[in-house]
Design a protein around this ligand. Structure first.
Ligand SMILES: [Cu+2]
Length: 146
């Protein structure tokens, strides 16, 4: 007569551990397989092909721009100051000497211009018309090119 063999608690535990190990391996393999895709999606999310910046005597908003090497960026610059400012007459500019960019915007005007960052790295953009120019921390921003 055969007796029905019930799995011992130890073998149940082994099966669970084995199953979890298998799922972990599959999960890691899937993560490795999908990593380039996930990275490219994140890259496009943080890379801007256009940015709208407000500038006034109180500084840039936002003060960080993300861009991609070789990809043209359209900057729309909104100058919030009026022409009666004694410092610079209310003019501001967007300068990134590393890429030969120097675009002025008249008081209370909005202007869109483009440039193409050609090298990866972190660069300073600044206004050097007013308020101490690029030496004033409020007149500086960061351009991150990946
Ligand atoms: Cu300025």
């Amino acid at each position: 007569m055969k007796t029905k063999k019930t799995p011992s608690p130890t073998s149940k535990k082994s099966a669970i551990i084995f199953g979890l190990a298998g799922l972990t391996v599959l999960g890691l393999a899937a993560a490795m397989f999908l990593a380039p895709y996930i990275r490219s999606v994140l890259d496009t999310r943080i890379t801007q092909s256009e940015a709208t910046l407000q500038i006034s005597m109180s500084g840039w908003s936002p003060a960080v721009i993300n861009a991609k090497t070789g990809q043209t960026v359209a900057i729309t610059m909104i100058n919030l100051d009026h022409k009666f400012h004694t410092d610079g007459g209310g003019w501001h500019n967007f300068a990134v000497p590393d890429f030969g960019v120097n675009e002025p915007v008249a008081p209370k005007q909005t202007r869109t211009f483009t440039f193409t960052p050609t090298r990866a790295g972190e660069y300073v953009f600044y206004c050097d018309i007013c308020c101490g120019g690029k030496n004033n921390p409020f007149m500086r921003g960061k351009l991150i090119v990946t």
